[in-house]
Design a protein around this ligand. Structure first.
Ligand SMILES: C[S@@+](CC[C@H](N)C(=O)[O-])C[C@H]1O[C@@H](n2cnc3c(N)ncnc32)[C@H](O)[C@@H]1O
Ligand code: SF4
Length: 415
């Protein structure tokens, strides 16, 4: 219901969005710079709460995956020779499981693209070894994001994570010496059995280990996963989010998005909220001028297409100016800042020409406040956006990903 109302009011669209399966698609980009995301789909074990596309690590498939990825980089980069790359994010999965292959992959990216921005990578706490951190630094990774989730054994048990907390802490203590520009630590709140005290402690421990950013995600119970327990209630999550904001302010961290808090003047770790990006790897998404594309969720299909020198099959959603603008508005609201210049740079048209009365209405409801560069979300706006983002995740991401994971994914998905 809510997503339908927002679709009509903001994307000015009565009919649902339609994704269609297509082969060998590449997108267009007007902007002189683009972001890059590389998805490495291997994990040591599969955590029951995690919706991302991944398979158990198997040595014998890694070589084939790497060749396919290098081929995909080659094919795609040949179409964007004139573009600069302003950020490169490696995510997963657990990219460091193929640490010995990362030098080859990063140098293929550097050889094929004009890379101007930093390299960033997601790490599992068990990836934090001297050797791994040294290699990452040597090949130019300056931003890391560590998926701790919680330092409480009860919470990790509820999530189905088995790592030993003492080991996690010992590993984290290695990080400071490497002087990464950005150290993000991921936490989850609203985990069954979590209390305000354990959450507060999680935040403080993460900062003591040198986190320059804390990403605190509300626990989302995806329909296609087998979580043993339900997440805490909406009200409990509301109290927890308010408490996180309070602790962050008290230690001089700023709220940099609905769910992230960062040290003042530090560089943000943020892979999804970019204006446009190219995704490599199975399940990776790409955002172009007028379309959004999601690569196949089958590792085998991904590899076999690229072995035939073809881009993997993908689901493609075509945008018009309003739905593309709504996508932009969504992620900029997530970042709490709706900036007129940045809208104009991307669309070549004034923000208010496209969303005049929606912005007025947001102000009237006390969700937005104008400032010289555009609009900021108020505290009330941030709370409602936290709710909208979860509804959106359940209605859109949950549906598309669960259908994509099916053995025979449909050729068309309506959302
Ligand atoms: C790709 S995942 C994990 C990266 C890394 N492999 C790890 O396990 O540490 C990125 C982040 O998404 C968050 N996440 C995953 N599943 C979630 C869920 N069901 N609800 C809320 N946050 C979730 C976690 O905080 C996680 O660290
Ligand atoms: S949370 Fe991390 S380690 Fe666990 S399944 Fe997801 S990507 Fe893999």
């Amino acid at each position: 219901m809510l997503t339908t109302v927002l679709r009509i009011l903001i994307a000015k669209r009565v009919k649902p969005f339609i994704f269609e399966r297509k082969d060998d698609v590449s997108l267009t980009y007007r902007s002189p710079t683009i972001g890059v995301y590389v998805h490495i789909p291997f994990c040591r074990s599969l955590c029951p709460f995690c919706p991302y596309y991944k398979v158990l690590y198997r040595e014998e498939i890694v070589e084939r995956f790497k060749s396919a990825l290098l081929k995909e980089i080659e094919i795609i980069s040949s179409k964007y020779r004139d573009k600069g790359i302003d950020s490169v994010y490696f995510g997963g999965g657990t990219p460091a499981l193929i640490i010995d292959h990362l030098p080859k992959i990063t140098s293929r990216l550097r050889d094929n693209f004009d890379i101007k921005g930093d390299f960033a990578i997601e790490l599992h706490p068990l990836d934090l070894t001297e050797r791994n951190l040294k290699i990452l630094k040597e090949i130019g990774f300056e931003m890391i994001s560590i998926g701790v989730q919680s330092f409480s054994k009860r919470c990790l048990d509820a999530l189905g994570r088995k790592e030993d907390i003492q080991t996690v802490k010992e590993n984290l203590s290695l990080v400071k010496a490497f002087n990464f520009k950005t150290v993000d630590i991921d936490l989850i709140f609203g985990i069954p059995s979590q209390t305000l005290e354990t959450l507060e402690e999680d935040f403080r421990i993460a900062v003591d280990f040198g986190a320059t950013q804390i990403s605190a995600y509300p626990f989302i119970d995806f329909s296609f996963l087998k979580n043993r327990e339900r997440s805490l209630s909406k009200k409990e999550k509301r109290i927890m989010l308010a408490q996180l904001t309070k602790i962050a302010n008290s230690i001089g961290f700023e709220r940099t998005s609905i769910w992230t808090f960062a040290k003042k003047n530090s560089q943000r770790y943020s892979s999804i909220t970019r204006d446009n990006f190219i995704g490599f790897g199975p399940s990776a998404s790409s955002l172009g001028d007028n379309s959004f594309k999601i690569n196949t969720f089958s590792l085998e299909e991904y590899i076999s297409s690229l072995e035939k020198k073809k881009l993997p099959p993908s689901l493609v959603l075509e945008f018009d100016i309003y739905s593309r603008g709504a996508y932009w508005l969504f992620w900029n609201s997530y970042n709490l800042d709706i900036n007129r210049d940045s809208f104009f740079r991307l669309f070549g048209i004034e923000l208010e020409e496209v969303f005049y009365w929606q912005l007025r209405f947001g102000e009237f409801l006390g969700l937005l406040k104008q400032y010289e560069k555009g609009y900021r979300l108020t505290e009330k706006g941030a709370y409602y956006f936290h709710l909208v983002e979860q509804v959106y995740t359940h209605k859109y991401i949950d549906k598309v990903w669960s259908l994509q994971r099916a053995k025979f994914p449909p050729a068309r998905i309506t959302i």
